[in-house]
Design a protein. Structure first.
Length: 361
């Protein structure tokens, strides 16, 4: 009897997904909302934590040349901690100096400010606005409003100082752990290398971002300060510091740094001096911050302008004022955690501004 040829084994039927795509998206969104709500409630701890991490990331490369010169690991770690503390101390000192000087200027020029307000009210009424609307518009320049802004700025600085203890502790622990994490690929072999490469790429992007912003911020601050000094605007050093600090706020930092010196120019010199300050800031800051700096920032972080602008508003709402300065590192971190590990999400990386996503395999 003739033997029948063996029948091919049918391919196993793939099991249906446990969750539908729609349900997976909804669960992911719900988990995101819960995580963000937790960050919002713990923002007094999360903000200093991220600040400490960013400072350690910036200073971490200092250890490598020291270790190559024969320094023990603990000494190189100490050097990283000391440099991070120096950066933090300088930033706090600059903010404290600018805040106190700004408040003093409001007190010193309160009389001139009242006259300017009355002139604005009269001008608005001459343009056809009723007295109530004109007074409401001019109330933005009232000394009490500006002092309230200065007080909120002072409370922000005080909050940073209050969190200084946490930042100090975070820097110590993170700097010590950074020395251990640097040997992860040696300890675990090639299997961990893709994750290590993503972490290194993220750290490198954060460092480049802050180096670029600090460099352009220093240039803008020096030019603006010298221009305000030449125009005889009071306290040009304060506005130079403000220009430097606000340069770390993407997109809207230019406006935040312009408004106070422009208003002071209006008070002490009238509309001609006001427009002179606005013109100088527009020429200097727009040329450097809008036309030149974005090319260097794009090479460092590869984020779209829309996402950068939204990041400032979003992270400021989540973790407070520090979110404006830390918005780009936080957004890069979310992208690294959510998108970089999944090759199928390359189009989302490209949508976020990563121009290199199309060349990845």
């Amino acid at each position: 009897m003739r033997r029948q040829p063996p029948q091919p084994t049918p391919a196993p039927t793939p099991a249906p997904p446990a969750l539908s795509p729609t349900l997976s998206v909804l669960i992911g969104l719900a988990a995101t909302v819960i995580a963000l709500a937790g960050m919002f409630l713990a923002r007094d701890l999360v903000g200093p934590l991220v600040l400490g991490a960013v400072l350690v990331i910036i200073c971490h490369p200092i250890r490598f040349p020291l270790e190559r010169k024969g320094w023990p690991r603990w000494a190189a770690t100490t050097a990283v901690i000391v440099v991070a503390y120096l950066i933090l101390a300088v930033l706090v000192a600059l903010l404290f100096f600018a805040g106190t000087q700004f408040a003093q200027l409001v007190v010193d020029y309160s009389g001139e400010l009242q006259k300017t307000i009355q002139g604005i009210v009269t001008s608005l009424q001459d343009l056809g606005l009723d007295s109530t609307t004109a007074s409401a518009a001019a109330s933005v320049l009232s000394p009490s409003t500006i002092l309230s802004f200065a007080s909120s700025l002072g409370s922000t600085v005080l909050a940073v100082l209050t969190a200084f203890f946490f930042v100090v502790a975070y820097i110590i622990f993170m700097a010590a752990d950074g020395a251990r994490y640097a040997r992860a690929d040696t300890a675990f072999g090639p299997s961990i290398r893709p994750t290590v490469d993503r972490v290194r790429a993220y750290n490198g992007g954060v460092r480049k971002y802050y180096v670029v912003n600090a460099s352009f911020g220093a240039i803008v601050a020096i030019i603006d300060g010298l221009a305000l000094w030449a125009l005889d605007i009071p306290a040009p050093a304060v506005w130079a510091i403000l220009a430097f600090v606000t340069n770390f706020v993407p997109n809207i930092g230019f406006v935040l740094g312009l408004v106070p010196p422009a208003l002071l120019a209006l008070v002490v010199g009238g509309w001609p001096l006001f427009f002179a300050v606005v013109a100088i800031y527009c020429v200097v800051n727009v040329t450097l911050q809008v036309l030149v700096q974005p090319k260097f920032v794009s090479d460092a972080v590869n984020l779209s302008l829309t996402l950068s602008f939204f990041s400032v508003i979003f992270w400021t709402f989540i973790i407070g004022p520090l979110g404006a300065i830390l918005s780009i590192p936080l957004t890069l971190l979310v992208r690294a955690l959510v998108l970089d590990s999944d090759p199928s999400q390359r189009w989302l990386r490209w949508l976020s501004g990563d121009i290199d996503a199309t060349s990845l395999k």
